[in-house]
Design a protein around this ligand. Sequence first.
Ligand code: ADP
Ligand code: MN
Ligand code: MN
Ligand code: MN
Ligand code: MN
Length: 366
Amino acid sequence: MPHMSAAPGTTNKVVLDRYMKLDIPDGKVQAMYIWIDSTGENLRGKTRTLDFIPKAPEELPMWNFDGSSTGQAEGSNSDVYLKPVAIYPDPFRLGNNKLVLCEALKYNKSTTATNHRNSCREVMERASEQHPWFGMEQEYTLLDIDGHPLGWPKNGYPGPQGPYYCAVGANNVYGRDICEAHYRACLFAGINISGTNAEVMPAQWEFQVGPCEGIRMGDDLWMARYLLHRVAEDFNVLVSLDPKPIRGDWNGAGLHSNFSTKEMRAQNGIVGIEAAIEKLSKSHARHIIAYDPKEGKDNERRLTGLHETSSIHDFSAGVANRGASVRIPRDVAEQKMGYLEDRRPSSNADPYKVSEVLVKTICLDE
Ligand code: ADP
Ligand code: MN
Ligand code: MN
Ligand code: MN
Ligand code: MN
């Protein structure tokens, strides 16, 4: 019998299931409050019991957490507020239990450094008449519990890229269970997930969320990321959102951001798409700053001009061009309406920052 490797502290999920099936009293609801921590990239969450079934975030109480334990406050003034902003059915606890996306607010109710939702929402409200839609393609890499890409030989590399993208077969597919389980969890939670695919690098995957209008883009994508980390946790696997997890001849990971307005989606919308690209070409540097949590430093490793990326230093655009900053999909060019794809955001970008800067540049001329 081969040695079965398991992470230290791994428990038996079959035993857990007995407890998860216990009836809980009517009217009691477990609410997992979830927020973005000081990294601007990682999520945290903690649970409280409610005595009612919430229907809207406004019905939920504000809460707080120890900000000195997440790098979000000093120990001497450590309470950070959690303001519920979106509710999702909980695919782990089932029943009436909820996942609650929260904004983190300082003691004086101003936003914490990594709370980019508040300004995003305000920008989305100002542009609401243009009905901005987003569709984001979240690429991610699965890692074994030791940090090595899932399914890769422990002392070396798999065969070169080529057979893995959208592959089938045990020789070419690395970790499909996680992609499948996550897809179903997102659908259960009501996230507007629109598809998934295996990526070019083995153990790399993608899911798409959208089209979503306005602030819902960031809300759904952050919750989808939370679900991905939780699902992978159940499989003893890690999820990396690093934009270039493996150096060398291996694809990086992005958050391609598809964008349209009502005008672009209508007859001859290509005029609006071209006008948007012209504006984007004049604000490349500002977008690069918004497109990863380290203001361009993370993307520097990814946007090399190789591996289906453009150079971080230049703006370019083209029809069906996957080596450009912005791509006009082939069918959009043919139909003369639709959307554009901004390929620059890194996989660990904050969707609130990405969607906000797109709307500021394209819709509000700010
Ligand atoms: P790619 O060919 O770049 O891999 P995908 O199929 O992975 O494209 O993703 C396309 C994304 O574009 C999806 O998330 C989809 O929801 C989104 N999308 C489609 N139409 C629009 C639109 N009019 N505006 C914004 N996003 C859109
Ligand atoms: Mn305590
Ligand atoms: Mn895609
Ligand atoms: Mn992709
Ligand atoms: Mn794409």
